[in-house]
Design a protein around this ligand. Structure first.
Ligand SMILES: Cc1cc2nc3c(=O)[nH]c(=O)nc-3n(C[C@H](O)[C@H](O)[C@H](O)COP(=O)(O)OP(=O)(O)OC[C@H]3O[C@@H](n4cnc5c(N)ncnc54)[C@H](O)[C@@H]3O)c2cc1C
Length: 474
């Protein structure tokens, strides 16, 4: 009998579009067992090579089939510090599921029949979390008493801190914001990543002895040199890519034209969706346009649509994207969810000008239609604007989500840290060490905008090199 892929229960689209509760549920035990039983347990499992931190997927799925959920949890944790978190946000369709033997050869993303590794990871992760399973510390020789500073508490910083703390290093994380988590807290909305999951992982680190200093901007409150002077023998930089890009078109400075970063920070970090319980409201437009096609655009559109519904406004949110759905970089699941919730997609369009009223508020957006041309440097077919195809639409709020670049607060005041033309920190690709001895870096500040698991992969590599550096130093 053919074993069908298992789908976890989801909140029904019409209902969820009016709240910020988690959309996708967790497998129940029988679903997890059915899904795990579909795994072919390949002799040479390609899925592992698709995972940026090489989780032993074959082994943990086997442990699920054997109902040894604790073992499955620890197998994942050997390589991935945050199973519940990655089980929710990892773009598995471009990673482990794409390399799964059940994906059709040559497909740009996973076939539906590929094993739902992320849902199984989440099942095992949540199970471990509920049972409060904690990996034992594995103190490593020559590291006790060593002190390391980590700058930034996004996935890169958290992961590096976890790896070092586990080995017996005393780690302090310096975070510029008043809350921990980086994009996981201020960018990804709670309907995709509930905050108790994030808080659990951060508490886990605290229990391992990691100390957090909030509202501490390194480069302003304290310099790298001062940190070294305070006895930190090595430093890891996980500064992220927090600087929004703009289209540089007329009218972009009008009121109610937001960067996605500002909008999502207001909604998520400042809890604007809980106004008036939280006194930090955000503008809610009647005709909202989100420009872009990545995860940030999907999150912005879905958050804006929820705010409209919660405030009694007829939903009207459109994504404007200059290519087609095929080239859209957002996760497939998020695109589907956005469509189901009522977000409209206007493809092959390029905004040209925002038009404002007498008070300087945006009221319209003028755009050009596009067609697809030759592939560009990214390998995707480039959008070519069609002359004379101008059209205007009503727009009283626009959210620009066309990309992010390096956070330069620290690098701008630390000239000895060599950066590239994009402002990303240059590192030795084997050790992740920067141009400054004893200072390492990883995550979006090194590779540009990437994924949570890629940031964690770089952080793990840096943590290994930091341990070696500390041993040699001692
Ligand atoms: C809206 C949105 C949705 C996304 N969705 C997904 C998804 O579904 N799946 C996925 O895999 N990836 C997703 N990504 C990408 C992913 O979140 C990033 O690749 C990842 O967060 C990068 O981790 P990081 O630790 O390098 O940086 P960040 O998460 O950006 O964290 C950097 C931290 O450093 C702090 N900081 C910076 N400079 C200083 C300083 N000088 N002093 C002190 N602190 C400092 C910042 O305040 C921040 O907290 C998304 C990104 C966005 C913006």
């Amino acid at each position: 009998m053919k074993k069908e892929p298992q789908k976890p229960i989801e909140q029904e689209a019409a209902a969820r579009a009016g709240n910020f509760e988690e959309v996708v549920g967790v497998y129940n035990e029988s679903q997890a067992l059915l899904e795990a039983a579909r795994c072919l347990q390949c002799k040479d499992p390609a899925c592992i090579s698709g995972c940026p931190v090489s989780v032993n997927i074959k082994k943990f799925i086997f442990e699920v089939t054997a109902k040894d959920y604790a073992a499955a949890y620890f197998t994942i944790r050997e390589k991935n510090n945050f199973p519940s978190l990655c089980g929710r946000v990892c773009p598995a369709e471009y990673q482990c599921r794409r390399t799964c033997v059940l994906t059709k050869k040559g497909s740009p993303f996973a076939s539906d029949s590929a094993i739902n590794v992320h849902f199984l990871e989440r099942f095992a992760g949540d199970n471990g979390m509920k049972k409060n399973l904690v990996s034992a510390a594995t103190p490593e020789k020559g590291l006790s008493g060593a002190k390391v500073a980590v700058v930034g508490s996004g996935p890169a910083g958290l992961c590096c801190a976890g790896e070092l703390a586990r080995a017996g290093v005393k780690v302090t994380i310096f975070e510029g914001l008043h809350k921990t988590g980086g994009v996981l807290r201020y960018g990804i909305p709670p309907f995709r990543l509930p905050r108790d999951i994030l808080d659990f992982e951060i508490d886990y680190l605290k229990k391992m002895g990691v100390e957090f200093r909030l509202n501490a901007i390194v480069g302003k409150a304290v310099s790298l040199k001062e940190l070294s002077g305070q006895g930190y023998q090595a430093i890891f930089l996980g500064l992220g890519a927090g600087t929004p890009s703009f289209m540089k078109i007329p009218g972009e400075n009008l009121c109610n034209v937001y960067s996605a970063n500002e909008f999502l920070t207001r909604v998520n970090l400042m809890s604007a969706y809980k106004f008036p319980e939280f006194h930090t409201p955000v503008t809610i437009g009647k005709h909202v346009i989100v420009v872009g096609g990545g995860n940030t655009a999907m999150d912005s559109a879905r958050a804006a649509l929820r705010l409209q519904k919660m405030n009694g406004i007829d939903p009207d949110v459109s994504i404007f994207y200059r290519r087609t759905l095929v080239e859209m970089p957002a996760r497939r699941l998020e695109i589907e969810h956005a469509k189901e919730e009522g977000v409209q997609f206007k493809l092959l369009v390029k905004p040209q000008e925002f038009i404002g009223d007498a008070e300087g508020r945006v009221i319209k957006l003028r755009s050009l239609e596009c067609k697809l041309g030759e592939p560009d440097a990214s390998g995707r077919r480039s959008p070519v604007a069609i002359e004379g195809s101008d059209f205007e639409v009503a727009c009283d709020m626009c959210i620009i989500a066309i990309g992010l670049s390096a956070n330069k607060i620290l690098t701008a005041v630390t000239p000895e840290l060599v950066t590239d033309k994009y402002g990303d920190v240059r590192v030795d690709s084997k050790t992740m060490e920067t141009s400054v001895k004893g200072v390492f870096a990883g995550g979006d500040i090194v590779g540009g905008e990437g994924t949570v698991i890629e940031a964690m992969g770089m952080a793990k590599k840096a943590a290994s090199a930091i341990k070696e550096y500390l041993r040699v130093k001692s």
